[in-house]
Design a protein around this ligand. Structure first.
Ligand code: IPD
Ligand code: CA
Ligand code: CA
Length: 293
């Protein structure tokens, strides 16, 4: 599978720069290597720490994965900048500052070394590695890898998004009533969680159902693949969203903040859909006072 994905990345006419091919190949290989390593550590972590709250977990495997990813990427691209979750102090203020500090970078790699650490810790097989490359503040490469299913979702700006070498497109669901959605229950129990719960109460009665799989990046990849029609969550970070956003945009969907404003790396309250149910969902969240904005 990996060979097919790399072959895709080596096709001619890479859109945004002559080096785009190697960027994608490095992102794909790095995600695959990190995923293989993490898989060998399922049920075998030795150190569990709390970060921002009692439900915000980190293990030595999160840190090891980030170290591996960082060193592979910077070996290939030593002049590029790197923003990884585990290199940033916990909490929204520190993440906003880290992003601000990195905002001048021409090429910025944005990495979540394990998205879904709670699942990893509990051996619930739904977590991912998320790697994005932003060029002048805009995602141009996005890779989300699910090592449990060996599914690698890859997008290049202007060139589409692919799973197993097949082009992905978002679902055709045109109404909330026929849509399967996802959300998350934020680790920030004081501010973000109550807002998300107001949204959940308003959305559930209107849709076919809502899932909380426990990996924002994988939820986003599933929208790109047409498996989910929408996802929203309050209080996420650039490393949860950058790769998934490009996957969705390149599959024909929409990503904004919860009020419908355009996506930027600074978006924390996210709404991602197949495009067709976007307006209905913005209205629902706004009427429930659940945008957090
Ligand atoms: C978390 C996951 C989860 C979401 C949380 C995130 P982490 O990321 O994406 O699905 O609900 O808000 O923090 O901590 O496992 O990288
Ligand atoms: Ca995450
Ligand atoms: Ca993480």
């Amino acid at each position: 599978m990996l060979k097919r994905v790399i072959a895709l990345a080596e096709e001619p006419n890479v859109p945004f720069s002559p080096s785009g091919k190697s960027f994608t190949a490095v992102a794909v290989n790095t995600a695959a290597k990190a995923g293989e390593w993490i898989k060998t550590k399922i049920g075998a972590y030795t150190k569990l720490d709390l970060k921002y709250s009692e439900s915000d977990l980190v293990t030595e495997i999160d840190k090891g994965s980030e170290k591996l990813i960082r060193s592979l990427i910077l070996t290939h691209f030593p002049t590029h900048s790197f923003l990884g979750e585990e290199g940033v102090e916990p909490g929204p203020l520190a993440s906003a500052k880290a992003l601000e500090d990195a905002s001048g970078a021409e090429y910025l790699w944005i990495v979540d070394p394990i998205d879904g650490t709670t699942n990893f810790v509990h051996q619930f097989p739904f977590f991912s590695i998320s790697i994005a490359l932003a060029y002048k503040g805009e995602p141009v490469i996005g890779v989300v890898y699910d090592p449990n299913r060996d599914e690698l979702f890859v997008a290049e700006k202007g060139k589409g998004a692919y799973l197993h070498g097949k082009r992905m497109s978002v679902s055709a669901d045109a109404k909330l009533s026929e849509s399967l959605l996802a959300t998350g229950f934020p680790a920030d129990r004081e501010k973000a969680l109550p807002i998300n719960m107001r949204g959940l109460a308003a959305v559930v009665p209107k849709v076919r159902n809502v899932r909380n799989g426990g990996s924002a990046a994988l939820h986003m990849a599933y929208i790109a693949a047409g498996r989910l029609s929408g996802f929203w969550e309050i209080g996420l970070n650039s490393w949860d969203l950058a790769a998934g956003t490009l996957l969705i945009q390149e599959s024909g969907g929409s990503v904004t903040d919860t009020a419908g404003n355009p996506y930027t790396l600074k978006v924390r309250n996210v709404l991602a859909t197949n495009g067709k149910i976007h307006g209905e969902l913005v209205d629902t969240l706004q009427q429930a006072d659940a945008t957090g904005l």
